[in-house]
Ligand binder design. Structure first.
Ligand SMILES: NC(=O)c1ccc[n+]([C@@H]2O[C@H](COP(=O)([O-])OP(=O)(O)OC[C@H]3O[C@@H](n4cnc5c(N)ncnc54)[C@H](OP(=O)(O)O)[C@@H]3O)[C@@H](O)[C@H]2O)c1
Length: 303
């Protein structure tokens, strides 16, 4: 089977040929039909995760998967062959960008409900989890402002929708034009251009500052300076040396309950999966380069 993998630290990631895995007891074998690019994939291929994971080459990249259950290991009862499923791969070295993967039935995998296309499911799990966890960290109240810096990415576009659904007034960062239009369409109450004077634009909307802000991109010092007294600021960007002392660091923690919530909301049309581009698996290298150059929503991978 094909897998998109890093062969060694000095190599470029490429398609490699690996044997199809066999599901062990309690595991399902999934034929992957869709995935997407996440920031962690870039970090893995650049070798930046050396301190956090063991690089056992070839390191297969990818967090998100959606596809069809192809076979069941002994004792599996949650899933049936032929069922459409999606989820998140937790092991960074044994990723989702492959034709087949095995995953424990009790692990981070859930059914895809009717009404949710498999391509959308493949772009939902990791960014959606990060969006839910980021919002849980800053707990924005209905009727109050939430500033989202990096709102135009996969995490931000989903966080914007969830916050807007809850009656929060989202101030979303976006470049003018298509990016700003996307954010307004997703429910942002205000759009600010991060390439201009962000602080002045936010102060014009919320003179007393914002009670909550998400840092998904940009400068934490600027965001911290825009907080109202007692305001909460959360970041998904990991450890940031010299960051504001009150900064809450978010590490997405995928669970079956969160995956089900995301899938149900997407299937019911309460949220949309903001996929704006897609590449076939063999062009994943280009998809990673595109992601690194700036994204509007998710970049999907098709199989
Ligand atoms: N901690 C965790 O568990 C976790 C989980 C998921 C994601 N993450 C991280 O969270 C971040 C967001 O994830 P993502 O998937 O949404 O990434 P993404 O798709 O790359 O989104 C980032 C967005 O921010 C915009 N942007 C760039 N510079 C900006 C600036 N100075 N101010 C405001 N916006 C700016 C980009 O748009 P342009 O096209 O305009 O550049 C892009 O749309 C990434 O760093 C990712 O690695 C962490």
């Amino acid at each position: 089977m094909r897998a998109f993998a890093l062969p060694g630290f000095d190599d470029s990631p490429a398609l490699v040929d690996l044997p199809v895995p066999q599901p062990g007891p309690g595991e399902v074998l999934v034929r992957v039909q869709a995935s997407s690019i996440n920031g962690i994939d870039l970090a893995v291929v650049y070798g930046a995760m050396r301190d956090y994971m063991e690089y056992r080459f070839p390191v297969v990249v990818g967090k998100d998967f959606a596809g069809t259950v192809e076979a069941l290991g002994e004792g599996v009862s949650r899933f049936a062959v032929g069922e459409t499923v999606f989820g998140v791969v937790k092991d960074l070295g044994d990723g989702a960008l492959r034709d087949y993967l095995t995953i424990g039935e009790a692990d981070t995998i859930a059914s895809v409900p009717d009404g949710l296309p498999v391509a959308a499911a493949g772009a939902l799990g990791w960014a959606g989890t990060a969006a839910l966890d980021s919002l849980a960290a800053v707990k924005p109240e209905p009727g109050t402002f939430l500033l989202i810096s990096g709102a135009t990415g996969g995490v931000g576009a989903l966080a914007t929708q969830y916050a807007a659904l809850a009656g929060v007034h989202v101030i979303a960062t976006a470049r003018p034009g298509a990016e700003a239009d996307l954010m307004t369409g997703l429910g942002a109450a205000h759009v600010v251009d991060y390439t201009g004077d962000l602080a002045a634009q936010v102060r014009a909307i919320a003179p007393a500052g914002v009670p909550a802000a998400l840092h998904l991109a940009g400068d934490t010092a600027v965001l911290a300076g825009l907080l109202a007294e007692g305001g909460r600021l959360a970041s998904t960007l990991g450890y940031l040396p010299g960051a504001h002392p009150a900064l809450l660091s978010v590490v997405a923690d995928a669970t079956v309950d969160k995956l089900r919530r995301l899938a149900d909301d997407a299937a019911a049309g309460r949220i949309s999966v903001p996929s704006t581009r897609s590449h076939p698996l063999e062009d994943t290298g280009q998809a990673l380069a595109d992601f690194g150059a700036g994204t509007l929503g998710k970049i999907a991978i098709t199989f």
